[in-house]
Design a protein around this ligand. Sequence first.
Ligand SMILES: [Fe+2]
Ligand SMILES: [Fe+2]
Length: 223
Amino acid sequence: MKPTLDEHIQRDPRVLRVYLEARRRYAEFDFKHHNFIHVMRDLHRALVIAADQGSVNYDILVPSVLLHDIGFCTPDFKKLGHDVAGARLAVDILKDLDYTDDECAAVGHCIHAHKGKAELPRTIEAQILYDADVLEKAGLVFLIWGGKVISEFNESIHHFLKREIADREAEVARGLYTRKARELDGGRLEKIRAMFLQIRKEITEERPDYEITEDDLWQSLPP
Ligand SMILES: [Fe+2]
Ligand SMILES: [Fe+2]
C-alpha cells in the first residue's frame, strides 16, 4: 500500500506543523532540484523502507526527512555544507514546534549524517534517511535531473561530474544500510557512476567539440 502522512499526523499533530513549515521554507527558495518535491520523493522512499524494517521511530524519521535539505535555505550552507547548516536550522525550527531536546538531537543527527560526510548515520532513522536520499541518484533519470542540479548551483559540467562521481564512488563503497533500499537500487547507483565516468571521458577525450566556446572560433577575442 502507498504510504501516506495521515496516520503520522493523527499520532503526532506536530508532524503537520513541521510539514507546513518545511513546505513554506522550501517554496520561498524554489530550488530547481532540492525543493519540496524532492523531499516528497525522499519521504515516500523513507516510509517504504521503514515499513520493511523492524522498529522505527517515526516521530524522528518524518521530521528528519521533511527538513533534511533545509540547509539550502540558509546562506550558511556554502561555508558549512547543507548537512551541517541544515541540522542547526532544523533544531531551531523543531524547538519552536514543541520538540524535546532529545528529539531535536535525534533529528539533528539524521540531518547531519544524511550525506555520510559530516558523520556516518548511526541510528536506524538516520540510515533510512541516508538510503532514501541516495536512492534519488540511483536511476537513469538522474542523468536528466543532473541538469537541474547544474542549473541550481550555477556550476560547470566538470564541477558537477567531479562531485557526483566522487559521491557515487563513496556511496557504492559504503553500501546502502537497509535491505529495502538495496532492493530498490538494484545496481543502479553503480550504473550511474559508470555513466558519469563515460560522459567525462567523452567530453575530455573523445568529443572536444562539446567544449567549444565563442572564443575558440576566433584567433584573438571575439568582435
Ligand atoms: Fe541533502
Ligand atoms: Fe535531499
